[in-house]
Design a protein around this ligand. Structure first.
Ligand code: SER
Length: 596
């Protein structure tokens, strides 16, 4: 059974049971409290407290999906038989519709009948009085009624109590299905969560609450729901009876590209494949390598792969051929991969180029180490060369044996606190050299960057209208030396392909070095000239209008009410890159972009 067939059987099965099939959401979640999408339920979070909205949006209280998911928590585990960063999660969901009996019935039927696999055992929640959640005897009864011989294991809150995801949300006991793999080990394949409760804090806070003197009881959800998740790769490993996920049809053709000469350790082959595959998906969803948040996750994946490329002196085309194979293999199910093919490949090479010089120096320094490295020194290497922790650890060999991620992270936090304190001082009211409300700069150097970003923001605004139509209106903007953040009215998510076109248009204007000019005009006259203006603002009678105009043809790319400052020629802007597109509020989208 191919993994393509498994996806199809899953969606067909749940569609036949009245579920609306919903496409995967982006790996960049709308929920700002979560870095990346880690589970299928994330895009459905609001529906657990508002089932009527589910009926309105999906025509049903039940949905099913195959969700692109990414777990940074497993990054250090990658290399063994079953851990991954990126994976696909098959899931079915009920928002105040069916509950335990149907959920367990569907799962059992799908595993044993549709796929013809055997269940080794299942788990259920043993209960925890301190938070007011009883043992899940109902699930036990349901399992027994379906299969009197089934083995049921009772487990605690750490293992079989899910959620909340993000800063608060639905949560509840789970029942998990375990199946035997080709190594005769039982592995968890399906996690079936009964969202019966709501907790007004994160999962860490929930767990912390358990040891508190007077723990908070969980609130009951008005409409209990179901959230299930099953990793496609693990399921394929069971269905295809392979000993590792990397031998399934999801990976076999990628691994093949690495098995020739020179021989790489198997764990490193797996890291490379996992990291390149994950990078393709992150890039296609608009993540760009950086030193922050999702961008940093991507950077770590790519740079670790580059280090292996270097130390095993692999030919530079191999990785590109793997990226292309990933796009080819997954592109029929995830069309965004095909659409983003060029930007994926370009970004890949750009990051490789950025890293190559520092990698050289960093590797030299690491391989020359004579004594154990301190966390502070390791952090300095990271800061100077952008070499991620896991690579420092690996290249340092015996000198990094005692270096732990905890100590490194501590160093990282110390540094972050320092720079935050610095930033607060800078922005503490008097420290700002320049602050128009929209533009903020602490010194001359920052002013130069925000000026470039400011002109780029005008170009972005105009390009968005050209690509998406005049529905796009500026709703707000905020520019710092780090980035521009632009809010605009638009009724849906902007696709990656549209973002690529917007980015392309802006960069074309940069390349053609348009002239940036301004005129002072009467307000009415300015309106008549078609200049865009920010509808929330009140303008004086006489206003300044900035025009971005082709130096030879006189074509006007953008015309906007504005107080400046701007660059004189768009060529000064440099490369414009959209980092993220997300919802800001209802009907309003937000784009973050940088110039390089
Ligand atoms: N949210 C649960 C998980 O991720 C079930 O989908 O395992």
């Amino acid at each position: 059974m191919t993994s393509k067939e498994i996806r199809k059987k899953f969606l067909d099965y749940f569609s036949a049971k009245g579920h609306t099939i919903v496409p995967s959401s982006s790996l960049i979640p709308d929920d700002p409290s979560v870095l990346l999408t880690t589970a299928g339920m994330q895009q459905f979070k609001p529906y657990y407290t508002d089932p009527l909205r589910a009926e309105k949006d999906f025509g049903s209280r039940s949905t099913a999906s195959v969700q692109k998911s990414f777990r940074t928590s497993d990054i250090d585990e990658v290399g063994d038989a079953s851990h991954l960063t990126f994976f696909e999660m098959l899931g079915n969901f009920s928002f105040g519709g069916y509950f335990k009996k149907e959920a367990i019935g569907y799962a059992r039927e799908f595993i044993t009948k549709t796929l013809g696999l055997e269940i080794s055992f299942v788990t259920v929640f043993e209960g925890l009085a301190s938070i007011g959640v009883p043992e899940d005897t109902e699930s036990q009864k349901i399992w027994k009624a379906l299969d009197p011989a089934i083995r049921i294991e009772r487990q605690g809150v750490e293992d079989v109590f899910w959620g909340p995801t993000g800063s608060s949300g639905p949560c509840g006991p789970t029942t998990e299905i375990y199946c035997r793999n080709a190594n005769n080990e039982d592995i968890e394949v399906w996690n079936i969560v009964f969202n019966e409760f709501f907790f007004p804090g994160s999962r860490e806070e929930l767990l912390g609450n358990l040891v508190a003197k007077s723990p908070k009881k969980l609130e009951s959800l008005k409409h209990p729901g179901v959230d299930t998740g099953m990793g496609l790769e693990r399921l394929a490993m069971i269905a295809q009876k392979t000993r590792t996920i990397f031998e399934t049809d999801l990976f076999a053709s990628f691994i093949e590209k690495l098995t020739d000469d020179p021989p790489l350790p198997i764990s490193h082959q797996r890291v490379i494949i996992d990291h390149l595959r994950g990078s393709v998906f992150l890039l296609a969803d608009g993540v760009r390598p950086s030193n922050k948040e999702a961008g940093y996750v991507l950077r770590r994946l790519l740079r670790r792969a580059f280090v292996y490329e270097k130390i095993y002196t692999l030919s530079p085309d191999i990785f590109e051929s793997i990226l292309l194979a990933v796009i080819e293999q997954y592109g029929s199910f995830y069309g965004e991969l095909r659409e983003a093919k060029n930007s994926v490949i370009n970004e890949y090479w750009a990051e490789r180029e950025r890293f190559s010089k520092t990698l050289e120096r960093g590797v030299r320094e690491l391989t020359a180490l004579q004594e154990p490295i301190s966390p502070a020194k390791a952090f300095r290497l990271y800061e100077t060369y952008g070499i991620p922790f896991e690579i420092i650890k690996e290249l340092g060999v015996i000198h990094t044996l005692n270096l732990t991620r905890e100590d490194f992270d501590k160093e990282f936090r110390k540094h972050q606190e320092k720079s935050r304190a610095g930033a607060e001082k800078k922005f503490g009211g008097h420290g700002l050299l320049f602050n128009t409300g929209e533009l903020k700069a602490a010194d001359k150097k920052e002013l130069a960057v925000v000026t470039r970003l400011h002109t780029a923001t005008h170009l972005l605004h105009a390009a968005l209208r050209k690509v998406l139509g005049n529905e796009v209106q500026q709703m707000g903007s905020d520019i710092t030396a780090e980035r521009t953040r632009f809010d605009f009215s638009f009724g849906r998510k902007v696709t990656r392909e549209e973002l690529d076109r917007v980015e392309g248009l802006v960069n074309k204007v940069v390349k053609d070095d348009y002239k940036v000019d301004y005129d002072t005009m009467k307000y009415d006259e300015a309106i008549k000239s078609g200049a865009l203006h920010f509808f929330k603002e009140k303008y004086p009678d006489s206003v300044k209008v900035y025009t971005i105009i082709h130096p030879e043809t006189g074509e006007v790319f953008s015309r906007e009410f504005c107080g400046g400052p701007h660059v004189k020629h768009t060529g000064e802007i440099g490369t414009f890159v959209v980092i993220k597109e997300e919802a800001s509020s209802s009907g309003v989208r937000r784009i973050r972009a940088v110039v390089k």
